[in-house]
Design a protein around this ligand. Structure first.
Ligand SMILES: [Zn+2]
Length: 146
């Protein structure tokens, strides 16, 4: 009798060990391979428009630090967005939200104020990068929807 119980316990214990020692199923193998979605730059459904030249602008660069922004350092832009490199520029002579193209720089959105006239202040994440860029002059275009 005792021997039988002992065997039963041994069997249960053995099963538990077997379960515990089973390798965890690698979930990574179960996940589907990541599909590469091709980015279509010319979307036929996008509203048509064209670039209107605005002439040459002075370009300067700023980041969100105290030296560049003073009491507004670390805060959102005048349009309420958090500034992002490659998207945010400040300009006092174009409406907030204006999509612009700066020759040699790329496409940006006017999201902030702080400079006047034909002057665009380009947002960058790093103050040292701003200093490296210094002051430039470049042709600027404004996107106008047809
Ligand atoms: Zn700065």
């Amino acid at each position: 009798m005792h021997k039988l119980v002992g065997q039963a316990i041994g069997f249960v214990f053995g099963c538990a060990l077997a379960v515990a020692s089973m390798p965890l199923v690698c979930l990574a193998e179960e996940t589907a391979p990541v599909e590469v979605v091709e980015t279509v730059t010319e979307d036929v459904t996008a509203p048509a428009g064209h670039w209107v030249p605005l002439g040459e602008y002075k370009l300067t660069f700023f980041c969100n630090c105290r030296r560049c922004c003073g009491k507004w350092a670390g805060g959102p832009t005048a349009s309420g967005t958090m500034p992002a490199e490659g998207r945010t520029v400040a300009c006092g002579s174009l409406p907030l939200g204006t999509r612009i193209l700066i020759a040699g720089q790329g496409e940006y959105i006017v999201e902030d104020r702080g400079v006047r006239g034909k002057h665009i202040d380009i947002y960058m994440d790093s103050h040292s990068a701003c200093l490296r860029n210094g002051v430039k002059y470049a042709g600027v275009f404004r996107w106008v929807q047809d």
